[in-house]
Design a protein around this ligand. Sequence first.
Ligand code: MV4
Length: 448
Amino acid sequence: MFDKILIANRGEIALRVIRACREMGIQSVAVHSTADSDAMHVRMADEAVCIGPPSSTDSYLNIPAIIAACEITGAQAIHPGYGFLSENAAFVQALEDHDITFIGPTAEHIRVMGDKITAKDTMKKLGVPCVPGSEGGVPDYETAKKVAEDMGFPVIIKATAGGGGKGMKLAKSADDLETAFRTARSEGKANFGNDEVYIEKYLGKPRHIEVQVFGDGKGTAVHLGERDCSLQRRHQKVFEEAPGPCITPEMRAAIGKTCADAVADINYIGAGTIEFLYEDGEFFFIEMNTRLQVEHPVTEAIFGVDLVREQIRVAAGMPMSFGQDDLTINGHAIEVRINAEKLPNFSPCPGKISAYHSPGGLGVRMDSALYNGYSIPPYYDSLIGKLIVHGRDRPEALSRLGRALGELIIDGIDTTTPLFHALLAEDAVQTGDYDIHWLEKWLESNLG
Ligand code: MV4
């Protein structure tokens, strides 16, 4: 096992990893920008190294500075958290060259899944059900026209390097196709330096269901059920839950086995998420994320496992501490993302926290790097906390969420907390009857 791990991240996820390290008797090294000298992850880690100025490009994305921090402190491994360098194949390659262990998948797996066409092709060959669409990339408009007409409209054109909704264009009919095709291409080029695109049948009212998988890198893998993350705004998740309210145990076992077998087949190591659109009882693969996700705590809550501890174990060459038969679901968990944003426009709202009180009690987990008197810097993501509740069933988790939100105090800035009080009053949220468009429509008619 490692003696010392460097955490190449900040905020709540850096604390999450430091906590796992401490429980495992591993020393932790924080890295930080000059804007984060007073941040909680710097205080909580055993050691801290300043790696650059406020801009992420020069600090949390600064590969030479992070490798130097590893060498100076003698850290043997790096946990990347989510975002920043977590899905950067070149970073993983650079660590390999310096004999530093990356706590995550191989550079090759990151590369394969980072390119959506290659990812889909790989998953299809591994027996994972995919959205009907083009066979690989679509080189020109003529080909796009032929594929779309054979398949029938509406279709969606997606940039292979896309993500977060960028480089994705809907064509409702043949009239929209040329514009959609050319726009998706140029957005792919402009945002990711890659103009390759592919086409899929457009699904009108799906849910976003993602399956948590975990592999040991040696041909063994398990699944830890699914999360429903359909409540999103501008491709940002807002409210996530596990298990999915519309997924039966039989469906879970079937799609879970398909996913676990697929990642076992490619000797995948560590945590991964296989994303699906789910419509009319069918799963359609869209993407795979090769990192630990923001919403991993809902899975941890219902399975009673520590996913970060497992990531560290397998990265050190140890076996996973559970097999598929050890994994059973206990109750229901919900996470809401508390952002430093002002409603109704969700405009970023950094500033000084004049009072902070975190909720507690049975079934409540607050993952946050906030403290009383902390100043949220303006340079980074607006996520400042995740409130995770766990109950015996979904109604209990929902009422516990309302209770915990009532205890939460964050003064001095605006946060998204009032949104969750309002959402809890909605029938669709209470019954779990929503799709990926529900929240945007609700915001339009209630805050718009
Ligand atoms: C789709 C889709 C409908 N049909 N693909 C959005 C970002 C990217 N992860 C995939 N996305 C979508 N792909 C087909 N074939 C609708 C979306 C989509 C969406 C997906 C998940 C969660 C929220 C969403 C909001 C708008 C569109």
